[in-house]
Design a protein around this ligand. Structure first.
Ligand code: F6R
Length: 281
């Protein structure tokens, strides 16, 4: 029989530094770990809550660690997250002055000032609104002459900062994380990835008639897996199919996000549309 678990205030300690009235506890439910390996899975009725809870993890890290290293995702899922973090970090006594960030990916062949680039996305939605030092905000350069050299440098930079403490991820409808498409080796480091047909189709909504690039520089599967903690956000009914697939299948390179079942510290934050029909025992 299905049952829902409502978290208590105690269980939330250390997860949610935001004021308690911002979190209607009755709206926070946890799925049993069935089908998600080691990961914790929380489902919220309100589709904004996953981003707000994710922001809580970030604020906690910023308070706890002197020089935190954060892995950032872009895409539609994270638009509200960046609004929320920019508007609330100061109220939470946080500063980005000592934070380093590494974005997951960038399209190949798109200039930084192109509105469709992830450089433009993260700059306009986030960096320009927070007190981060630009020299600590890293992104792969999709215009680099030698893309593989750029990829290698990216992994070295991450390592030189001591690795990623907290990695944020969205999920593609085909199960990709970063732009690691189905079939990508779990051993891959940062590399040039060819976008799958379904990703080109999904992302064409942002390109408004102009051509979606065919490839991207992306953190590799092993780069992502090396993060100390990973927080995944998936919202909306378009993510329901892939979440059911992840729950229903084993760990396989054909569904890249299944690698997360093996990581020691992964939290999925879902809304009820994305989680619809996931089984709970
Ligand atoms: C973006 C990224 C991608 C997206 C994924 C979901 O930096 O790495 O994996 O997280 O494609 O995209 P949205 O949020 O647009 O559905």
């Amino acid at each position: 029989m299905n049952r829902e678990i409502v978290l208590t205030g105690n269980e939330l300690k250390g997860v949610m530094p935001l004021r308690s009235e911002t979190l209607p506890l009755a709206h926070l439910k946890s799925l049993e770990r069935k089908g998600f390996g080691n990961a914790s899975v929380f489902v919220f009725l309100n589709s904004y809550k996953p981003a707000e809870i994710a922001a809580g993890y970030l604020f906690n890290l910023m308070k706890e660690k002197k020089n935190p290293v954060v892995g950032l995702a872009t895409g539609g899922t994270f638009e509200y997250f960046y609004d929320y973090v920019s508007q609330n970090y100061k109220n939470n006594d946080c500063t980005f002055k000592n934070v380093s960030t590494f974005n997951l990916d960038e399209y190949v062949g798109i200039a930084k000032d192109n509105p469709n680039s992830y450089h433009h996305y993260i700059d306009s939605r986030f960096y320009s609104r927070i007190d981060i030092k630009r020299e600590n905000a890293f992104m792969p350069d999709g215009m680099a002459k030698d893309l593989q050299a750029e990829a290698d440098i990216y992994d070295k930079r991450i390592a030189s900062k001591g690795g990623i403490d907290l990695q944020f991820l969205g999920i593609g409808t085909n199960g990709h994380i970063g732009f690691n498409e189905p079939g990508t080796s779990f051993d891959s480091a940062t590399h040039v990835a060819k976008l799958s047909e379904s990703t080109v189709k999904d992302n064409s909504r942002f390109f408004k008639g102009s051509k979606v690039p065919e490839s991207a520089l992306t953190m590799g599967m092993s780069t992502i897996f090396s993060a100390k903690k990973i927080v995944v956000i998936a919202t909306g009914k378009q993510k329901n199919g892939i979440l059911r697939k992840i729950q229903g299948c084993g760990v396989t390179e054909e569904v890249p996000a299944t690698i997360l079942k093996m990581h020691h510290d992964v939290t999925f934050l879902l809304d009820s549309e994305a989680a619809h029909g996931l089984s709970v025992e």
